[in-house]
Design a binder for this molecule. Structure first.
Ligand code: FAD
Ligand code: PHB
Length: 395
């Protein structure tokens, strides 16, 4: 088999990249390790920034998102019983975010990609190995239906997430990895109950962080910070509901509607960046190249700028023979990535319990007071939360 762009991974990054390329006439093949149902079922991102929203529209997959997504004008920050709302458009010249689940977005992308003549998807592709990307003859070896296969391509896009094969194939001497693993995780619960509040609540409580999010007016997504060794089996629904109520100010806790969980899982928290993001004809995109703790709702939104820059650069090459944008992909993408890594790390530090040290909590409270008491502080939170702009000079 032969194609122009070989894409490893059929998550949001791989799918959206394939669509953007296809609409400019560039062909691709996606090799995905799992089946469609498995990829669509992963409950992950919930909040989209303007950049990701616009990319979905550009990929011509935004119709359902525009109908069903919930636009949010603010977030609520709480500290024990203190409650402060951050007005997003008021501090950012009108920008908002949209609640639209990654499960829905992935479904919309698959519906389009599987009808797209310029894109083929191989599900359950096993043992994918990127080869020849440094010496100019890239190919992907893999096993499908028990048979070895080779996909020859001009370029490889590694869109296979943090545990994928693309970054792992880079010779160690060519890559630098920056990593911090946080000493806690998030236990998430999804339930068909009305959300406790119409906006997201990020809560710093002496028992630990909690987040109240949603997928719709009838479906809630909640998280509590848990210790590193915690197991999901030890958290009955009742224990979860009791804990999250204790971590919220009374006026929210008393409105909490509980119900049976549809999904419950623990996610570790990590900051990670690989540098560079280009190795000859292999490019890392999305979680394959970087991870942020989910506190700032940035992971998928960062993948969006990677997809935008890489699709723009590849299209410039195929259409106009221009290679300069491919040369600039890594450094341009990394600038926005580090800005989001910083915000996600900082917002995590402001809202989570790191230890029992009383002075740390007092300092967190002083920072909370300072930020929410100052227009500059509120602007800092709002402009980072709605997302920093893509580099407009790239193109
Ligand atoms: P992935 O979604 O990881 O997709 C990679 C794909 O590659 C998968 O389908 C996988 O099966 C496939 N794959 C892996 N290895 C191989 C291989 N060897 N061969 C072939 N295929 C392979 N982000 C936000 O922007 N907003 C949020 O509100 C938000 N909330 C989050 C909440 C939680 C609890 C978590 C865990 C994450 C959250 N994120 C959020 C982050 C977001 O989910 C990720 O950044 C996003 O999934 C990245 O997409 P991706 O396509 O790059 O990688
Ligand atoms: C979610 O709804 O899953 C979600 C929302 C905001 C975050 C992280 C996750 O910061």
């Amino acid at each position: 088999m032969q194609t122009q762009v070989g894409i490893i991974g059929g998550g949001p990054s791989g799918l959206c990249l394939a669509r953007l390329l296809s609409l400019a006439g560039v062909r691709s093949v996606i090799l995905e390790r799992h089946d469609r149902a498995h990829v669509e079922a992963r409950i992950r991102a919930g909040v989209l920034e303007q950049g990701m929203i616009e990319l979905m529209r550009k990929a011509q997959v935004g119709a359902r998102m525009d109908r069903e997504g919930l636009l949010h004008d603010g977030i609520v920050l709480t500290f024990d019983d203190r409650v402060e709302r951050i007005d997003l458009p008021g501090h950012t010249g009108g920008q908002r975010v949209m609640v639209y689940g990654q499960t829905e977005l992935t479904r919309d992308l698959y519906d389009a990609v599987l009808q797209d003549a310029n894109v083929s998807v191989v599900f359950e592709a096993q043992g994918v190995r990127p080869l020849g990307f440094l010496d100019g003859e890239p190919r992907l070896d893999y096993v499908s239906d028990g048979k070895p296969q080779t996909l020859a391509c001009d370029f490889i896009a590694g869109c296979d997430g943090y545990h994928g094969a693309s970054r792992a194939a880079v010779p160690r001497g060519l890559i630098t990895e920056y990593e911090r693993v946080y000493p806690f995780g998030w236990l998430g619960l999804l339930a068909d109950t009305p959300p406790v509040h119409e906006e997201l609540i990020y809560s710093n409580h002496s028992r630990g962080f909690a987040l109240c999010s949603m997928r719709s007016h009838t479906r809630s997504r909640y998280y509590v910070q848990v210790g590193q060794g915690e197991k999901v089996e030890d958290w009955s629904d009742e224990r979860f509901w009791d804990e999250i109520r204790r971590r919220l100010p009374e006026r929210f806790a008393r409105n909490m509607v509980t119900g049976p969980s549809i999904e419950k899982s623990i996610a570790p928290l990590r900051s990670f960046v690989a540098e560079p993001l280009r190795f000859g004809k292999l490019f890392l995109v999305g979680d394959a190249g970087h991870i942020v703790p989910p506190t700032g709702a940035k992971g998928l939104n960062l993948a969006a700028s990677d997809m935008h820059y890489l699709s723009t650069a590849l299209i410039a090459l195929y259409r106009e023979g221009r290679g300069d944008l491919l040369e600039r992909y890594s450094q341009t993408a990394l600038r926005r990535i580090w800005a989001a890594v910083r915000f996600s790390w900082w917002f995590t530090s402001l809202t989570h319990k790191f230890n029992d040290d009383a002075i740390e909590r007092k300092i967190q409270l002083a920072e909370f007071d300072y930020l929410t008491g100052s227009a500059a502080g509120r602007t800092t939170i709002a402009e980072n939360y709605v997302g920093l702009p893509f580099d407009a000079s790239f193109g």
